[in-house]
Design a protein around this ligand. Structure first.
Ligand code: BGC
Length: 887
């Protein structure tokens, strides 16, 4: 396989259509190759810009990721054809690989001064009825060559456009969710092929969405405004032919209600298939009202939009004990149902679809949804074939159908939606339940990456909780290309943080109208996202610009937002979430972990301060970096004095505290370090064996515990915990049939399959799926050795009963892959694939070498890393969840 380029890209843009950067940095990924040690020494770029001669650039450089734009800056609307080829040290030059880019509107002045946000009369208070907007414009074809036509569009709320009766684009919940007071995405659509000669019709549907809808609890609406509205500009051949203004018609359509938590209500008798065609319209039409131009910065996003990404067929029709009909899709997912046929019913008769993730006592269990109704109600009497929910989504596996008796498996299809990120990482091994656990994390990521990283997709939240993504980001960055997605969200985090005086809010975008400011409270682990997540992003994608863009936010958090006592530790004036959802915390008090929440907070404080010191030095902020280094050293001494005995016992004796102390190297700077380390390791081992390998960590300890065990020579314990199946453990939900990651270790109780009585019982929360980092790096043996994966580390560490694994990551350089298998004679065969221009350090028993591109097979002997299975400590068995000893 000769060396070839798989893909050229501009910045982190998902397609390069609608770029928001005049000088986009370019990258090219290579295809897998068998060519050994291929390193690029130069590259050629040609750029064709309309009306000028082709530019060619020859650059002697080994860089193939985010190289500088070589030409003069591009202008708004400008298009360019780019070609790239790379030459290696062996003299081989790849074929050309091309990319077409088109710039969006870079400046506010690119929008016509006549373009306004338009909507209908004020409605209130909530929820608001979605509405339709419509206008006509003329298009005169000139010659045979169609002039490119573009629609630039956004909304306060969410919108969908049709032109001449055909859907524009395939985005869902556009424009997406941002800190709307600061940044508002707009979309660029190519509408050239939708236009007809003569009169054309544009029709827009608008709903309240996140902008004006109810968010969070206690459920206040109108956080960014009370008037949903649309802004659009149509250009043909660069000439503005239509903008949103008061000449547009306004009226209601068939959607009676659409609300983020409660769902949608639709009256099929009101559907008019010609509403966005040239058929003349008569009754019920008013004029749109102009509502000014958006105050926020208008941004063409780099991240991929939310789209339909998959379809699922129901697996079963269940008749519940009370006689209800329920569709079971066999998979918990996020999206909605499509009705596949015209369901007959007299006007006034309704079809009701209620969604839930689980059944309890055989019936649909909606208690975990809290106040969210998650219901799609369809008034029958008109067309229902092809009908779907439009402006909200549900998290569900089960759908209860009432108002239609003749139910068959083909009547409904499950439509899965997600931010359509490129899948980059995969993992599988010889252990079926571990594979299901990994698959569950992928599903939970898919379902919670809906424009922003959310906590859960079903109940009255669907919010951008910072702590959840802080713990999950390393896993997320491996599974999908999150570079643009998380960078954009972090930009909002920095802006919301400024609004909160430096405090990083616990949810981003932070709804401005919270009655009690609860979401702006300083909270360790959650707010530490400001430092840890950009660092994780940098490690995966290697973009120093993304790191420097967040530097101000990191300093603001550590210097001003974080409330400290006179010693520099966390002030105890504010409550902490601490090791949130430790399995021992009672259902009604999810933050009530036996682990001291201030110990957790201060451990994270030292970790983030050290990271900030490292980042500062990388970015050239020498003085600041030195200050953070000194701060971290001082805080570490303080930590030792406050929480650690001279021999290494911690003030709070839990799996999480020892994990944090070891993972964050908090015991390191003492002469007695070896004693302290030995004690901490022994104590962690003791607690795990005492708890019979069940987990007793929450959000703070879970992402770190298995890796920490692996780093500190306790690999068998890590595998034993990973393979535990009793509650609480990672495989307990798998044993109970979970198809996504649960919020609580016991969202469903082991005794009778009933649902935990607490408020935090989502069945689709990715945080505890952060264990996948361990699967990828330790079990699979694949991780980044240098930021951006220029060099990988390959170090698979078999253990437990796992006998083989295959891990693959599509890095910015191309695919890295590790496949290992251990046979009965303990012979270990490891196959490693490295992409062109990449390298890997391979560490196996008796092997430690760096290899370049190509495929390599290593045959070693697997000696194991300790006794399997490790022994539990005998004694009375503790019921961790109930907090008592089992007689
Ligand atoms: C969310 C969590 C979040 C937590 C913090 C919950 O309601 O669902 O995932 O991090 O609150 O308190």
């Amino acid at each position: 396989m000769a060396v070839s380029i798989a893909q050229v890209s501009a910045e982190h843009h998902h397609s390069a259509f609608g770029l928001f950067t005049p000088a986009p940095r370019l990258s090219w990924r290579f295809n897998a190759t068998t060519v050994k040690n291929w390193q690029q020494v130069s590259y050629d770029i040609t750029i064709s810009r309309p009306g000028s001669e082709e530019e060619t650039y020859h650059v002697k450089s080994s860089d193939s990721v985010l190289v500088p734009w070589p030409s003069s800056p591009l202008a708004s609307r400008e298009r360019a054809s780019i070609k790239v080829r790379a030459t290696g040290a062996d003299g081989f030059t790849t074929d050309w690989s091309s990319l077409n880019v088109e710039v969006a509107l870079l400046h506010r002045s690119d929008w016509s001064s006549c373009a306004k946000l338009i909507g209908g009369p004020a409605q209130g208070p909530e929820p608001k009825r979605p509405f339709l907007l419509r206008n006509t414009f003329t298009h005169t074809a000139t010659g045979s060559l169609a002039r490119p036509a573009r629609l630039y569009a956004t909304a306060h709320g969410v919108y969908e456009v049709e032109i001449n009766g055909r859907r524009v684009g395939d985005q869902i919940m556009a424009p997406g969710w941002t800190a709307y007071q600061h940044r508002l995405y707009y979309q660029t659509y190519d509408i050239t092929n939708l236009l007809q000669d003569g009169e054309n019709v544009i029709g827009v549907q608008v709903a309240e969405g996140w902008f004006a809808g109810r968010l969070g609890r206690p459920g206040v609406a109108n956080h960014w405004g009370e008037r949903p509205a649309f802004l659009g500009q149509i250009e043909i051949g660069g000439e503005v032919v239509c903008v949103s203004d008061s000449s547009w018609e306004y009226r209601y359509g068939p959607v009676l209600l659409s609300e983020l938590y409660n769902g949608e209500t639709y009256d099929s008798t009101l559907y008019d298939p010609t509403w966005s065609t040239t058929t003349p319209k008569k009754s019920g039409v008013g004029h749109a009202q102009e509502l000014g131009f958006p105050q926020a910065e208008l941004i063409a996003p780099e991240l991929a939009p939310v789209r339909r990404v998959m379809e699922l067929k129901p697996k079963d029709i269940i008749t519940t004990p009370s006689g209800k009909k329920v569709l079971d899709f066999g998979q918990n997912f996020v999206g909605w149902l499509r009705i596949e046929k015209n369901i007959l019913g007299a006007p006034g008769h309704t079809l009701v679809i209620r969604h839930a993730e689980v059944l309890e006592h055989g019936e649909l269990c909606t208690r975990p949804l809290r106040s969210a109704k998650a219901t799609f109600t369809v008034g029958l009497g008109g067309k229902t074939q092809g009908l779907e929910t439009k402006f909200t989504f549900y998290g569900f596996r089960y759908a209860e159908i009432t108002g239609y008796d003749d139910l068959s498996l083909t009547d409904f299809t499950g439509v899965v939606i997600a931010s359509d990120l490129r899948r980059t990482g995969s993992f599988s091994c010889s252990h079926a339940h571990i594979n299901r656990l990994h698959e569950n994390a992928v599903w939970s990521m898919r379902g919670n990456f809906i424009s922003i990283p959310t906590d859960c997709p079903q109940r009255d939240e669907k919010l951008g909780w910072t702590g959840d993504i802080q713990v999950f980001a390393p896993t997320a960055n491996f599974l999908f290309d999150t570079s643009a997605f998380l960078a954009s969200w972090l930009a909002d985090l920095a802006l919301d943080q400024q609004d909160a005086g430096g405090v990083v809010p616990v949810i981003v975008p932070n709804p401005p109208k919270q009655p009690d400011g609860r979401m702006k409270r300083p909270m360790a682990v959650w707010a530490d996202c400001a430092v840890i997540t950009p660092w994780d992003l940098y490690n995966t994608f290697g973009d120093i610009k993304q790191l420097s863009d967040q530097w101000g936010s990191m300093c603001l958090w550590l210097d001003r937002g974080l409330p400290r006592d006179e010693r520099g530790f966390w002030s105890t004036d504010y409550p902490q979430y601490g090791d949130w959802l430790d399995p021992r915390s009672p259902p009604a008090m999810p933050g009530n972990s036996p682990t001291d929440s201030f110990l957790v907070a201060n451990a994270y404080l030292i970790h983030t301060t050290r990271l900030a010191a490292r980042i500062g030095s990388l970015l050239g902020h020498k003085a600041k970096s030195e200050q953070y280094t000194a701060d971290a050293a001082r805080l570490t001494s303080l930590f030792l004095r406050e929480y650690v005995t001279p021999s290494g016992r911690l003030a709070c004796d839990t799996q999480t505290t020892y994990t944090l102390a070891l993972a964050f190297n908090l015991l390191d700077n003492k002469p007695s370090q070896q004693l302290q380390l030995d004690t901490a390791r022994a104590r962690l081992s003791h607690l795990i064996r005492w708890d019979r390998f069940r987990i007793t960590t929450g959000f703070a300890g879970t992402p770190l515990i298995l890796r920490t065990l692996a780093t500190h020579n306790m690999l068998p314990l890590a595998y034993r915990m990973l393979q535990e199946r009793d509650c609480p453990s990672w495989l307990y939900p798998v044993r109970m049939g979970a198809t996504t990651i649960w919020e609580r270790w016991d969202s469903m109780r082991p005794a009778d399959g009933s649902v935990n009585s607490g408020q935090m019982t989502s069945f689709n929360h990715y945080a505890l799926g952060s264990v996948c980092g361990f699967l990828h790096e330790v079990v699979g043996g694949l991780g980044a050795a240098e930021p951006g994966w220029r060099c990988a580390i390959v170090r698979p560490r078999p253990g437990g009963t796992v006998r083989s694994a295959r891990t693959r990551f599509e890095s910015p350089y191309g695919p890295y892959e590790v496949e290992w298998v251990v046979d009965k004679e303990s012979k270990m065969m490891t196959t490693v694939c490295v992409p062109p221009n990449g390298r890997a350090r391979v560490v196996l028993d008796g092997v430690d070498e760096v290899v370049g591109s190509g495929e390599y097979v290593f045959e070693t002997v697997w000696k194991g890393e300790g006794k399997w299975p490790p022994a539990a400590i005998e004694g009375p068995q503790r019921n961790i969840v109930e907090g008592h000893f089992i007689p």
